[in-house]
Design a binder for this molecule. Structure first.
Ligand code: ADP
Length: 604
């Protein structure tokens, strides 16, 4: 119910549109119902059955009086204008009723369009803002697909159900009640008879529908398997070929593919049956109705023209009833989707910022890790264990060690993507948690192992969120050894670099991210050294760019190639979250411990 209220909340933002749509829905229902009895006078004239009523009712206090008044007016027309002209007038009346009904039906949709799409936009905007604001720790690989689904298809589903709510609440019941009242007024016995028929066919058709839904879910699942298997294969083609596993993978694919065929065939057999069966059942219902009704007409219990109006009323009940019964299911689905969207929106997992957070100006003395311990979750092993480390202003400290030793975690703690479980990280002696997060991030520049670029121009990727100053961008690019290749590109700094920079080589991408860091001019640098995947020429350019970037800045470097960090002011060797050795390159070589061994390994 909470979600229903939430949905109403979103609708509330578009109140004028929604009110107009509801109003139009109500009028659609009114004109649908009004058009039914209009058929009676038409057939009365046609069948020459019109009885002339010469007396107007004295007062109008009930349905009977209304009918008598209508008949009286109708008789007046007949005697004054004659049959043909009156028939013409009746036709115009019928036409007008249908015109108005369809006009309002369109208007209802017309008014709903801005509200429906506005709500999708609002949901997506909120979801996207939430994605940007959630801490890094929230996102894991397996969550990405799920988050994508929530922002695309779930929001779409919410939209579809909104329309259903309005029509199901304001239009269909009115049409059903109105048409039913006419039916009951005309002949209670016939109405009862029709009801029995409807219940019977409804049960049969509904049963088929439910089974179809279940079967189609199975087919969808299988299709998903085919897609993911193909994806997996494309990603692992190199390995599949290298291990000669084509046959094995092919067999696995064939099994899934064939199961999909089997299920789909059975689904089609059933689905293709439903339309002929429905039509036949529908016609059988009408035939029974005609048979039973005409007996009543013959016996004089019912006038022929009223019987026709009855059939028309019956016809008008069918569609709204179908929609009404579907609406419940659709609304449930929409609310389910909204639930998934709401779950994401309601996560309140933001890194806490102190209320009296202080601004971070220039770095004065140092950055320090004070007996920091950290683990990624209550049940996870400690990734960092009581690490203490100081990086004086303007100096650089390099972290080395095997993969999994905790180097990236140290970098993430410094950027305050996570907070330590024990101990503290300080800047100028003050805990990171006391600073404004925005200031903190502004003071830090990160160049990571994968060059993260966006589908935008070169200039925008360098300025990235800051104002574009062409002269400074070029200067930054020169420092990053990127100016040369950029100016050789088709449109220079305005060239779009494609999805994730796909049009660039690895070294070029890396130099662009360095240019970005230069442009943002941070005081503190976090470098996840990424020269290992590059050829030596690119590596030289990137390394040179990095050295220029580091000049005069305070840096924490994660080193993969030891040759690149010999100049670091301090080298810290980590193992399983602990510092096991520290010193300068020469000091550590002299000690002949872990570092010396690592260097030896890399030189081989
Ligand atoms: P390094 O950068 O030295 O390779 P990391 O800092 O990435 O090491 O990892 C340190 C430890 O923390 C490893 O045992 C790793 O498995 C674990 N770890 C890293 N990231 C996560 C995460 N997001 N969730 C849980 N454990 C993690």
């Amino acid at each position: 119910m909470g979600n229903f209220r939430r949905l109403l909340g979103y609708l509330g933002r578009y109140r004028p549109w929604v009110v107009a749509a509801i109003f139009s829905n109500v009028l659609t229902a009114v004109f649908t119902v009004v058009s039914i009895p209009l058929l009676i006078p038409f057939f009365q004239i046609l069948f020459d059955q019109a009885e002339l009523v010469t007396k107007a009712p004295e007062s109008i206090s009930g349905v009977e009086d209304v009918q008598q008044w209508l008949n009286y007016t109708f008789s007046q027309y007949l005697t004054t204008y004659g049959k043909e002209t009156t028939l013409g007038y009746v036709c115009i009346a019928i036409l007008s009723a249908f015109l108005l009904k369809n006009l309002f039906r369109y208007l209802a949709l017309f008014f709903m369009a801005p509200a429906r799409n506005g709500i999708i936009r609002d949901l997506r905007t909120e979801l996207y803002a939430q994605l940007l604001s959630l801490p890094l720790g929230y996102f894991s690989e397996e969550r990405k697909g799920d988050l994508m689904a929530r922002i695309t298809s779930d929001t779409q589903e919410v939209e579809a159900s909104i329309l259903n709510v309005l029509e199901a609440v304001f239009r269909e019941p009115l049409i059903i009640i109105g048409s039913l009242s006419i039916m009951i007024y005309v002949s209670p016995a016939l109405t009862g008879f029709v009801f029995l028929l409807l219940i019977f066919t409804g049960v049969v058709i509904g049963g088929i529908g439910r089974r179809l839904k279940r079967a189609s879910a199975g087919v969808q699942e299988r299709l998903g398997d085919i897609v993911s298997h193909t994806e997996e294969t494309l990603g692992g083609l190199r390995i599949i070929k290298a291990f000669g596993a084509e046959g094995y993978q092919g067999d696995r694919f064939a099994t899934i593919n064939d199961d999909h065929r089997y299920r789909l065939t059975r689904l089609l057999w059933r689905r293709d049956l439903s339309s002929p069966l429905t039509e036949f059942l529908g016609i059988a219902t009408v035939a029974l109705l005609l048979w039973y009704g005409s007996r009543q007409v013959f016996s004089g219990a019912l006038e022929a023209e009223t019987f026709i109006a009855f059939i028309f009323a019956f016809y008008n009940v069918i569609d709204p009833s179908k929609n009404f019964s579907k609406a419940y299911y659709n609304i449930q689905r929409g609310l389910g989707a909204l639930e998934r969207v709401a779950q994401l929106l309601d996560i309140d997992q933001h890194l806490p910022e102190a209320e009296d957070a202080i601004a971070l100006g220039q770095l004065k003395s140092d950055i320090a890790f004070n007996a920091v311990s950290f683990s990624y979750g209550p049940k996870q092993p400690q990734a960092i264990r009581e690490v203490s480390l100081t990086i004086p202003r303007g100096k650089s400290v390099a972290l080395v060690g095997a993969s999994g030793a905790g180097k990236s975690t140290m970098a993430d703690l410094l950027a305050r993507f996570y907070d330590p479980v024990e101990g503290s990280v300080t800047v100028d002696g003050i805990d990171l948690r006391k600073y404004k997060i925005k200031d903190l991030r502004q003071a830090m520049g990160i160049v990571s192992q994968e060059a993260i670029l966006f589908n935008d121009s070169v200039a925008s990727n360098i300025a990235f969120g800051r104002e574009i100053d062409a002269a400074r961008i070029e200067q930054a690019a020169r420092i990053a050894n990127a100016h040369e290749f950029i100016s050789q590109m088709e449109r220079g700094y305005d060239t779009n670099i494609g999805d994730r920079g796909s049009k660039l080589s690895g070294g070029q991408r890396q130099r662009l991210t360095i240019a970005r860091a230069v442009y943002h001019d941070p005081e503190i640098l976090i470098l996840d050294e990424a020269t290992s995947a590059l050829d030596s020429e690119s590596e030289r350019l990137v390394q040179d760019a990095l050295n220029k970037l580091m000049t005069g800045r305070t840096a924490l470097i994660i080193a993969h190639r030891l040759s690149t960090i010999q100049q670091a002011d301090e080298i810290v060797v980590m193992e399983q979250g602990r510092i096991v050795e520290r010193g300068t390159h020469l000091e550590l070589l002299e000690v002949g411990g872990h570092y010396a061994k690592l260097v030896e390994l890399q030189e081989l």
